[in-house]
Write a protein that binds this ligand. Structure first.
Ligand code: ZN
Length: 477
């Protein structure tokens, strides 16, 4: 390894926190040097990953949602309407108090989330049962004055990429079905990112402020902690009563609507780079990768033939809709490999004079390092089918990792030991006091009851009485 490369090497992934911070910089995802705490800047390369990620979300939602955009500023009187909601957010809100040098009559909150921006308009827009269901979403920045340790993409004071959907339904049951649908959409979204997620119903003390209940999805990070990467909330008629969102039902009566909201943030990108990356840098699933194939010309002396061949392979691949780059820079091939491995490009093609004679190229997979010679004849088909294989293998590998790191535990000691590696699964009677006692004693959180859990019987890990459900327990971000 050349001196310059050694200097630039990442810390090993087993030192996850250092590795993560370094990778954000070297992989050009986010720059942490912006001079406001908790605010970070997307590098164009990182933003490209973000765009491809959110394109998948848009594709999934656009089937039966509509995208919209609400204002960033929320007047204090609207923001303060829902008591539970305020309690949940009041310590985190940034306030705009002045316009220029004049104090404002009504203070304006920078949205920490948009219920109180959107629902006053829903009151005007929802008139009759024929307007329902109403399903809108927006992808916006939100602001929260986090007092915990901030971390790029994971815990921020400006969440740059909050996808929030807000739906209105005629009945409680229809809203409940939409919560299930939201979790189905998120599971599919994460499957496209090759990330297996664990949906669970949050305990009551951990639900969204103002909701009837919350179902969340968690991803298992390499250090054994879980990252909440999506939430869906059944709001019942709670906000409808506060914001007076009613509709005329089929009998001509005015009744309260039922609502849901659900969100995903740039934590999706945090999970993506953390779960798939390795000691050499990013590993990006082909669908997300800004550059899907990099072609490296192996040039000795007179080699215009090689460069020409690289361009022609590039054209072929581009014609098949593949995002390609030829790296014809002056760097040595080794330095180029290093650079594009760091960037997580799924496939590398090396093409030298000898390959050219055979009408072939060396194809290298980023995720496994596997190399093989391929004919240039059907190069596009070859690459596209490899993309499918890479996607499947990234997902299967991540899934196996999760399965191996969920542990059935029956004592507090056992939980303490296992949650250093992953997720503990324990019986719980469902009583709040037992749950809180458990969290307190082991210093970790109950994630929730896995959705679709098979019937099971056991003894509560805290009080020993009969329990008919198991819950996930983990250290969380
Ligand atoms: Zn108990």
């Amino acid at each position: 390894m050349a001196e310059q490369e050694k200097e630039a090497a990442l810390p090993k992934k087993e030192n996850f926190s250092e590795w993560y911070n370094d990778l954000l910089q070297k992989g050009e995802i986010m720059d942490v040097r912006y001079p406001v705490k908790g605010l970070y800047v997307w590098y164009p390369f990182g933003f490209n990953i973000r765009r491809n990620t959110y394109n998948i979300m848009r594709e999934l939602l656009d089937k039966d949602h509509q995208e919209t955009l609400f204002p960033l500023l929320i007047p204090e009187n609207e923001f303060m309407k829902e008591a539970e909601h305020i309690k949940g957010f009041e310590d985190e809100v940034y306030w705009v108090t002045h316009g220029g040098t004049s104090p404002l009559d009504v203070k304006l909150a920078l949205r920490p989330t948009s219920e109180t921006a959107i629902y006053p308009m829903y009151k005007l827009w929802v008139r009759s049962h024929a307007d329902l269901p109403l399903k809108l979403y927006q992808i916006v920045n939100t602001f929260r004055y986090e007092t915990k340790h901030t971390r790029p993409l994971i815990r921020l004071r400006e969440i740059t990429s909050f996808k929030e959907a807000h739906t209105v339904h005629a009945t409680w049951d229809e809203a409940a079905a939409q919560v299930d649908e939201a979790i189905r959409i998120y599971t599919e979204f994460y499957r496209r990112l090759a990330i297996p997620v664990l949906p669970s119903r949050r305990p009551d003390w951990d639900k969204f402020p103002g909701a009837d209940y919350t179902i969340a999805t968690d991803a298992l990070m390499p250090d054994g902690k879980t990252l909440q990467v999506g939430t869906a909330h059944h709001l019942g008629a709670n906000f409808a009563k506060t914001f007076d969102i009613t509709y005329e039902d089929v009998n001509g009566e005015q009744v309260y609507a039922h609502q849901t909201c659900y969100g995903v943030s740039e934590r999706s990108v945090a999970a993506l780079i953390s779960i798939h990356g390795d000691d050499k840098g990013l590993v990006i699933p082909p669908e997300i990768a800004p550059v899907q194939v990099v072609i490296i010309p192996i040039i000795f002396k007179e080699s215009s033939d090689v460069l020409q061949a690289c361009e022609s392979v590039k054209n072929k691949l581009e014609a098949a809709g593949i995002r390609v780059k030829v790296d014809a820079s002056e760097d040595r091939p080794g330095a180029k490999y290093y650079k594009w491995e760091m960037k997580g490009v799924p496939v590398r093609l090396e093409l030298g004079p000898r390959d050219l004679k055979n009408n072939a190229a060396m194809l290298v997979r980023r995720d496994t390092g596997e190399k093989r010679q391929v004919s240039l004849e059907n190069i596009s088909d070859e690459v596209l089918s490899l993309f499918g294989a890479v996607q499947t293998s990234l997902y299967e590998k991540a899934k196996q990792e999760v399965e191996e790191r969920i542990f059935d535990c029956s004592t507090h000691d056992e939980i303490r030991q296992k949650i250093t590696q992953g997720i503990a699964k324990v019986f719980w009677c469902g009583k709040k006091e037992c749950g809180l006692k458990l969290e307190d004693e082991i210093g970790a959180g109950i994630l929730g009851i896995p959705t679709g859990q098979e019937p099971c019987k056991g003894k509560c890990i805290t009080c020993g009485t009969d329990a008919d459900m198991q819950v996930y327990v983990a250290r969380t971000y």
